[in-house]
Write a protein that binds this ligand. Structure first.
Ligand SMILES: [Fe+2]
Length: 279
């Protein structure tokens, strides 16, 4: 059944009615007390009373609605913050499970948002990019420990399992309404510009923009991080690797923007970037 009762609307109307009644009662008495000398002056006072009533009640209703609107906005922001904190919690759980990627999520998320901004995304789109990047590998929650944490190289069958993580992410998240627009990155971040990626073999602009941008950042961060089986690749070499993948692995425009972004960034990106702080 539709709910007609609205406490907020009732409060606004109550203030409006109380003010209007007070205006009528007090205004009439004041007009009477003034005892206008002529009918003309009485009409002028009546007109002024009416005009003032319209102006003051207009301002009053505006203030009450604006106040209500402000409260609603604050509530929405609080809700959005709670959503994002929940997502960060999930990402932290995955990082705890796979220590080799600790801090990877926060780094790639910040860098992807900066890149997306440079690509012209803003507002709600940027929020979705942030959420998608935070959850990019959440599907790995469904990959067995013996594969996810295996110290050596994976065999073919294990790779098949590992490569299911984008689809597992969709399975995990498809029932969560507010995350639907953020699924592009978890689902498509292993697609490649030339169509040789997975899980669907999308090519070119079939791959959502957010995923094309993220793919560049993800590979850059992966190669510049310290791993137990190899040292971190220096920034300049990593950038050469990214540029070499332009048009095959990566969207050429995404590579161009990334190049631009990293050139404009602080000097810490001129040498070896920050490393995972492994315990
Ligand atoms: Fe992944």
């Amino acid at each position: 059944m539709r709910r007609w009762w609205s406490p907020a609307a009732a409060r606004i109307v109550a203030v409006y009615v109380a003010f209007s009644l007070a205006w009528i009662l007090i205004g009439d008495r004041l007009a009477e007390a003034a005892k206008p000398a002529s009918d003309g002056l009485r009409l002028t006072i009546e007109d002024a009373k009416g005009t003032l009533f319209v102006l003051i009640t207009g301002a009053l209703v505006y203030a009450l609605v604006a106040l209500h609107d402000q409260r609603q906005r604050a509530l929405r922001q609080e809700q959005e913050r709670a959503y994002d904190e929940t997502l960060s919690g999930w990402a932290a759980a995955l990082d705890l499970r796979d220590r080799s990627t600790a801090e990877h999520t926060s780094r790639v998320t910040e860098l992807t948002v900066a890149l997306a901004r440079r690509a012209g995304l803003s507002g709600h789109d940027l929020v979705q990019v942030r959420r998608g990047a935070t959850l990019h590998d959440i599907g790995k929650m469904g990959v067995p420990d013996e594969i996810l944490l295996k110290p050596g190289a994976l065999d073919d069958a294990e790779w098949v399992q590992m490569r299911r993580h984008p689809e597992l992410a969709v399975q995990f998240l498809h029932g969560i309404g507010y995350l639907q627009p953020a699924l592009d990155i978890p689902w498509c971040h292993h697609e490649k510009w030339d169509g040789s990626g997975y899980p669907r073999g999308l090519a070119g602009e079939q791959i959502p923009l957010a995923a094309r941008l993220f793919a560049v950042v993800d590979v850059y961060d992966a190669v510049t991080c310290d791993r137990p089986y190899r040292g971190p690749m220096p920034h300049t070499e990593a950038m050469d690797l990214v540029r070499a993948g332009s048009g095959s692995h990566f969207d050429p425009e995404a590579v161009r923007l990334f190049d631009e972004l990293m050139s404009d960034r602080s000097p810490r990106h001129d040498g070896a970037p920050e490393r995972d702080r492994r315990p």
